[in-house]
Ligand binder design. Structure first.
Ligand code: F0G
Length: 476
């Protein structure tokens, strides 16, 4: 019951928790927001969190813990080796994911580092439904590369297909037929798919990928960082699985693949990560690297306290009302924006509400950093921090950047419906004044490969003019 039906027939998401610990937030004046942006080089990653009113940059490590999680903190066994916390977490993985072997690793990209080091050699190619930047970087550093296999339906910001993260199975089959298999160490599946607006992959598609992989004798690797949202979408959009519990759905998914890794900053509401599998040889290869790069393999670079928090977070995740908390808020935002004509990625995905900056800022050129400009403008008119997902965070001129998105992430259990309504209101105001959003360019254009934290500069004084117009509206 994470949505309530109101007496006018409409639905509203409702928080299925009450709040017992709070963190104060403040909205600094609009002139100070322009100054904070200056100091941050107009890049939302560089803003100080004390200058942020509502933080929708990411959910990573920022989801709120439950009371049970906070209590579990104190159960930690900090023994260097053989910690009870490790064994409790390994049991939880066995219970929920059915994988016998677990190695903690301090966050998602560190899992990717270990996996790439263990399995990738120069010239290797790894199919994936869609790349995630951290995994792509790890593989490229080792001389390999990813091959995108997303179906066409995922490469557009519109549409209503419920599973836009699906693999193109024919493309995968053709690729495996034509590529020497010693160059294909694994087939990667991302559930859900981050960079295309948090869109989910269907269970049938995961199972089909797994069957193809088995036929060719290639291991499957599943990135479960965003699986909470994906579980919700399978439960609500896949008629065959509507009556299954979250526990049954995640198990069916886990059983279909060989190796699972996750960012525990997302799955598990903690600040950690881990890799699990059944195969002993693969496990020993990964574990040896964890000892070398992360820490002893029973804590893997994490605090044992976070292992306990993550374990209870896995239990929390088995509750459909917890799993739906992000997607229900996101769906509400998407529907409200659509009513107001604000361009968003459809259907609603996970992780956040994604604005389509190409359509929002169509008066700007494709190389004028529409998403970066929109993210800066949103901060000016609301104090809301969001994430640019486009040209400036994809770094390379030639890399796949099919669209310019701005992500308003919805960390679970953190914000209430009044925060969400505020964001909808201010972004709508901005949309009505979108012509005032101007272009951006790199501060130092001589750098060839930019980082997503690099300073970017407005072309002209459009930020100041926008701030003045907002002030005139007398909304604060
Ligand atoms: N895989 C996916 C699908 C992710 O979304 C992330 C992180 C990672 C791996 C890496 O995990 O941050 O623990 O090292 N995504 C964050 C985000 C950063 O906000 O999109 P990590």
């Amino acid at each position: 019951m994470s949505k309530v039906k109101l007496s006018d027939g409409s639905y509203m998401p409702i928080e299925m928790h009450r709040v017992s610990t709070v963190h104060p937030i403040r909205l600094i004046p609009v002139e100070d927001r322009v100054a904070a942006l200056d100091e941050a080089g107009n890049c939302s990653y560089n803003l100080k969190s004390e200058d942020v009113f509502i933080d929708m940059l990411t959910d990573s490590g920022f989801n709120a813990m439950s009371d049970a999680q906070a209590g579990a903190f104190h159960l930690a066994d900090f023994a260097y080796a053989g910690s009870e916390s490790y064994y409790r977490m390994a049991d939880k993985i066995r219970e929920i994911l059915g994988k016998e072997r677990f190695v903690p690793v301090h966050q998602g990209r560190a899992c990717e580092h270990m996996l790439a080091k263990a399995f990738v050699k120069p010239g290797d190619l790894i199919p994936t439904n869609f790349h995630f930047c951290t995994f792509q970087t790890q593989v490229r550093l080792l001389g390999g590369d990813l091959v995108e296999m997303l179906q066409e339906k995922g490469m557009v910001t519109g549409g209503e297909d419920g599973f836009k993260g699906d693999y193109d199975l024919e493309k995968l089959e053709k690729f495996l037929k034509e590529t020497p298999l010693e160059r294909v160490p694994m087939i990667r599946i991302e559930a859900g798919t981050n960079l295309i607006g948090g869109q989910p992959i269907s269970m049938d598609n995961i199972i089909a990928v797994s069957e193809i992989a088995k036929r060719y004798g290639v291991r499957t690797l599943l990135d479960m960082s965003l699986v909470m949202d994906n579980l919700h979408f399978i439960k609500t959009r896949d008629a065959k699985r509507r009556d299954m519990t979250i526990r049954e759905i995640i198990r069916e998914m886990a059983d279909a693949v060989d190796i699972i890794y996750f960012s525990g900053r997302k799955l598990g509401f903690a600040r950690g990560g881990g890799i699990c599998m059944n195969d002993e040889k693969d496990f020993l290869a990964v574990r040896a690297l964890v000892s070398c790069y992360e820490g002893f393999p029973t804590f893997g670079g994490m605090s044992s306290a976070e292992l306990e928090v993550m374990r209870v977070g896995f239990d929390d995740t088995m509750d459909a009302d917890v799993v739906s908390q992000g997607p229900d808020f996101i769906e509400y935002m998407v529907e409200e924006f659509r009513k107001r004509g604000v361009p968003v990625v459809t259907p609603a995905g996970g992780l956040g509400c994604h604005l389509d900056a190409d359509r929002f800022c169509e008066h700007l050129g494709r190389r004028e950093f529409r998403a970066a400009a929109l993210a800066a403008a949103i901060y000016i008119v609301s104090g809301v921090r969001c994430m640019e997902r486009g040209l400036s965070s994809e770094k390379h001129e030639d890399s796949i950047c099919p669209f310019e998105l701005v992500r308003l992430a919805v960390p679970r259990r953190v914000y209430t419906i009044s925060h969400i309504n505020y964001v909808i209101d201010r972004v709508t105001w901005l949309y009505e004044h979108r012509g005032m959003i101007g272009a951006m360019r790199w501060e130092d254009e001589s750098i060839e490969t930019h980082l997503f934290t690099d300073y970017i500069r407005p072309v002209g004084d459009w930020r100041e003019k926008l701030a003045a117009e907002y002030k005139k509206a007398n909304l604060e």
